[in-house]
Design a protein around this ligand. Sequence first.
Ligand SMILES: [Zn+2]
Length: 216
Amino acid sequence: MMVRSIFSHVRTFVLLPGLFLAVPCDAQTPAASIPASQGFYRLPYADGTTLEVFDDVESHRPVGRTDLFAVDGQRPYRVVAAAAGRIMAIQDGYSEQQSGRAARECRNNFVWIAHPNGEWTNYSHLAHGTVTGRAGLKVGDEVQAGTWLGDEGTVGCSMLDHVHFEVAVPRRDDPIDAGGFLNDNADGARLRRPRFCGVEGEAVRKGERHRAGSCR
Ligand SMILES: [Zn+2]
């Protein structure tokens, strides 16, 4: 049986500067209030990988994020850029799988990419060392849609191998914190509902399976 809850990126908490205090903020935000992305994004796995939607933007807690896991294809499963852009942040130095932690305690591996339309995409829980190592990437690199970012993993606050995917319009200054979490994102205000190419209705839904490929 699949574990029904993954504690990936529990962004239910906002850290108040100077206080060791976590305030619940966006757990109750309706996903319907999240605007659709401006950009179109490919499913963030290598061409030909079959993936399943573990949580969509409605079912994910907190809402507005998407969890995907590969079920068939070439192993190890490669996570790829959903669109062209520039790598803004990389963390792939962690290796521990954690569970049940507050967000500030999560040591997640992640990549953030800025796209020309102003939106950023996030890929989290990648396998240790695969971004800077085998994929050979560094902050500042330009990537294309489909560029290999690293391998699917379960590093940080995660209960199974998957990729946690987000689209957001970050704050211009200090857009993300050291843990890879969006700053100034109370109530998920900076999130965008990803529009995926090649997917009926442009939205993926929990339990669906899709085959990743390039946008046409
Ligand atoms: Zn997630």
